[in-house]
Design a protein around this ligand. Structure first.
Ligand code: ADP
Ligand code: PEP
Ligand code: K
Ligand code: MG
Length: 472
């Protein structure tokens, strides 16, 4: 792995074959995002199996991120080629239950629209690409006029920025989907359209009741989430700057500064943050990105994002592989030039104290590897928070931690089936791995960080500059 920034790719029809997945991982994909707004359980289950098998074959972790739809309104199923909306024409929106599909009628999955819609209000479709104006309400039907036309495809999103949605943050569908995700052993779960900290507490309680230890990510894409940002960050394990909906729910010109704010706050708390949507949008159709897109990716990395994400580019685009390798190239090119600010420790515990020392050593000695021993992932995450020049190689005896840590900036997770207990054993594990994998050479100095005895989590209590002795 050359790049420290992690690459998330949304999996869809363009990236579902084993061959494509293998190549995407080889090109630098670290995290597979399964968008539960789309696809059947059968298809998702098959994908989880495929990803686990590719991960084993390539001996590399792949984080599986289950993305829950949340309270998002979507249009129903339409013909494969979509329907064309022309400016000035009428389009009628009806609740799903009505099930009247005609070329001028589209179903949406929100039953209260007719009750709440007011003539003159704006409705945006497909992340704002298409625009409607409400013209009249007739019973359950909302009759609109097309203001900005284009092709509308199945299951595209519907935004009514002025509407206060009467939907719980975790819908019945989300609950069912998460039950399914738990049964599939997903590594992270993200919730769309989070509005308040309570939404995350509800999700976490749902997991606790099912004894599922899965980290939770809040997708920031509503004005209410911006208003409650600090409380939300306090409750969750990661964040996503979901710029697709955020740019519609707020306005596009406000997104760049919000992105910087959200990333900065996550960096301060040492939780991973993903910058998402339209990063290489034109690569859905073209083999090369626009200069503005290349800049956008580099700037998100300069902002301090842990990960950058592909959506349509990898799910339905013509160039899923080239999109992944372009992200990897941009990351590898910008990272050596970065100068991160040294954040104050988020908490005053031993791990943070040692990681401050780690940062000082990283600045002075040009070491290439920090071998980090971690049972929960915590130590590796704090080490990553220093944004060291050296790569954090996180040795963990937990297969779950091995997969989930792959979302975190600069961390290369390594699964160890034999848990070392003494200091000497840990050194030996690090030494064997780095030399056998031909990552480091005998005589090279590395940093080793961990806690002994190893059974106690968060008991990080040593940091050693070690000279590798093992011969290859
Ligand atoms: N699992 C899937 N099956 C089929 N199509 C998918 C899948 N995941 C994503 N897509 C397609 O890729 C597009 C872009 O992905 P994404 O940004 O995740 O979706 P959306 O914006 O609809 O939530 C989607 O609108 C959808 O058309
Ligand atoms: C990532 C996002 O969510 P989704 O693709 O599910 O709309 C977004 O809105 O940017
Ligand atoms: K640093
Ligand atoms: Mg969204």
């Amino acid at each position: 792995m050359m790049h420290r920034t992690k690459i998330v790719a949304t999996i869809g029809p363009a990236s579902s074959s084993r061959e494509t997945l293998v190549q995407m991982v080889q090109q630098g994909m670290n995290v597979a995002r399964l968008n539960f707004s789309h696809g059947s359980y059968e298809a998702h289950a098959e994908m989880v199996g495929l990803l686990r098998s590719v991960s084993e074959e390539l001996d590399t972790p792949i984080t599986i991120l289950q993305d829950l739809q949340g309270p998002k309104i979507r249009v129903g199923m339409l013909p494969d080629e979509g329907i064309v909306l022309k400016v000035g024409e009428k389009l009628t929106l009806v609740p799903q239950s009505e099930d009247r599909s005609a070329s001028d009628t589209v179903c949406i999955d929100y039953p209260y629209l007719a009750e709440e819609a007011k003539p003159g209000e704006q409705i945006l479709l497909d992340d704002g690409l298409l625009e409607l104006e409400i013209f009249a309400v007739d019973g359950e039907a909302v009759i609109c006029k097309v203001v900005e036309g284009g092709t509308l495809k199945s299951r595209k999103g519907v935004n009514l920025p002025s509407l206060n949605l009467r939907l719980p943050s975790m819908t019945k569908k989300d609950q069912k989907d998460l039950e399914f995700g738990i049964s599939q052993g997903i590594d992270w779960v993200s919730l769309s359209f989070v509005r308040q900290a309570e939404d995350i507490r509800f999700l976490k309680q749902f997991l606790v009741e099912r004894q599922a230890d899965i980290p939770v990510m809040a997708k920031i894409e509503k004005p209410q989430a911006i208003a409650h940002l600090d409380e939300i960050i306090a409750e969750c394990d990661g964040l996503m700057v979901a710029r697709g909906d955020l740019g519609v729910e707020i306005t596009p010109e406000k997104v760049p500064f919000l992105q910087k704010e959200i990333i900065r706050k996550c960096n301060l708390k040492n939780i991973p943050v993903i910058t998402a949507t339209q990063m290489l949008d034109s690569m859905i159709h073209n083999p090369r990105p626009t200069r503005a897109e290349a800049s956008d990716v580099a700037n998100a990395i300069i902002d301090g994002t842990d990960a950058v994400m592909l959506s349509g580019e990898s799910a339905v685009g013509k160039y899923p592989l080239k999109s992944v390798s372009m992200l990897a190239k941009i990351a590898s090119s910008i990272e050596p030039k970065l100068q991160f600010v040294n954040n104050p420790p988020a908490t005053t515990d031993q791990t943070h104290a040692l990681s401050e020392a780690l940062n000082a050593i990283d600045q002075i000695l040009n070491l290439r590897y920090i071998a980090c021993f971690t049972a929960t992932g915590y130590t590796a995450q704090i080490a990553s928070g220093e944004r060291p020049k050296a790569m954090v190689v996180a040795f963990t005896p937990s297969i779950d931690v091995y997969h989930r840590l792959n979302l975190v900036w600069g961390v290369k997770p390594v699964y160890i089936d034999r848990e070392g207990t003494t200091f000497e054993e840990l050194v030996e594990i690090a030494e064997n791995y780095l030399i056998d994998q031909q990552l480091a050479h005998s005589g090279e100095q590395i940093l080793i960080m961990g806690g002994i005895p190893t059974q106690i989590s968060q008991g990080t209590n040593f940091l050693k500059i070690h000279t590798l002795k093992k011969a290859s």
